[in-house]
Ligand binder design. Sequence first.
Ligand code: AMP
Ligand code: ZN
Length: 397
Amino acid sequence: MSTIKIELGTQLPADLKKDFIHKMYYSDSSVGTCAFDEKGTSLLLDLKEGTTCIPDVLEKKARELAASLSSSYIPIKKIVYFDQSDITPRYCEDIEQVLLDQGHIHQLGQGQYALGPNVTNLIRALDSLFIEFGRSQGAREYAVPTLIPVETLAACDYFTSFPHTVTFAFHLPEDLKRIEDFMASAREQRSKGGIKQIEIEEVKTDVVLSPAVCYHIYHMQEDLSFDKGEQGRTFLCKGKCFRYESGTLNGLERMWDFTMREVVFVGSNDYVQSGRERSLDWVIDLLKQLGLKCRVETASDPFFAGDAVKKKAFQQTLQLKYEILVDLPWKDTLLAVGSMNIHQNFFGKTFNISLENGTHVETGCTAFGLERFALAVMAQYGPEPEHWPEILTSRMT
Ligand code: AMP
Ligand code: ZN
């Protein structure tokens, strides 16, 4: 693997550095790993095996990205709602490595993992708490698909906000000749050692793998008018989510294929706001019981380009996103294991869902990443259940 050093000659603010590295992975398909040097002004890039790139071109891309991020940067002070950073975790090994070495997880592909008994038990215990919270809110329980129509995701503005993470789903066209040709080629490649990649010419798709669960909930209420006097509805749902995070894919921390549990609030402004405040109170109480070193604060989504800065600033200033950040002691970084989001009337307008008085509903969702939450618990307590908090072990079978 060859390494390139790029002198940026400028020190980016700390919160921009993360964004910059994230975007660098999408700047060129040759980028394998990407990090700042110790001084924080030069970039160290490892190129992927078998790829080529012109160093000057990569340097130009990096400099342009740094310049564009810096020129539109708006520093925003985060609001902290809960801080439990004074806890000293009892475990500080590299849990990702331990989980792999001890066979608690198995990597099956990029961002794809099989989870063993300890991890699945932990996830089930955590999820039983989230389900309990949803039910305490009077939520209606729904099972939703993994696929989502392109049309739905486009209406949710996903392709203009996060196009880089979308995972498209394809099938062979209904054409006997093409299916037979495909089979013949598969047979031939298999006999020559296997199939690693599939290319299908001129194939179009109208579905993708869903990057979140709550979009289905808004979609299914399209053109709905709430009943007389009805202030809102709450939903409980869980589903597989897919986000292609390129070079930042990393163990259970950042997966391509992960699971999300959501409690979704749909209704009047009061209904949704109070749903989020109750979510926050419940989450704080849970974090205390779990004894995790963590905090909850305002955040923004990783919008890709264009008006990304404006979108981020809007989200942060209006406190539309709260994030639960748990400390990973072995590397002293924070990992978002859940978020409490407000979307104002965006989905109400998009899917024409209205209250009895004709105004569009507002929406909000409280989302937990199940694998990430489990990883965060194990990062601070280790991989063995005997060391996990009682609130979890008491729920295990
Ligand atoms: P978000 O909608 O981005 O706030 O995501 C909700 C939650 O899903 C996050 O707080 C994470 O716990 C989880 N999550 C998001 N992206 C990933 C990923 N790539 N891998 C694992 N978990 C994720
Ligand atoms: Zn959501």
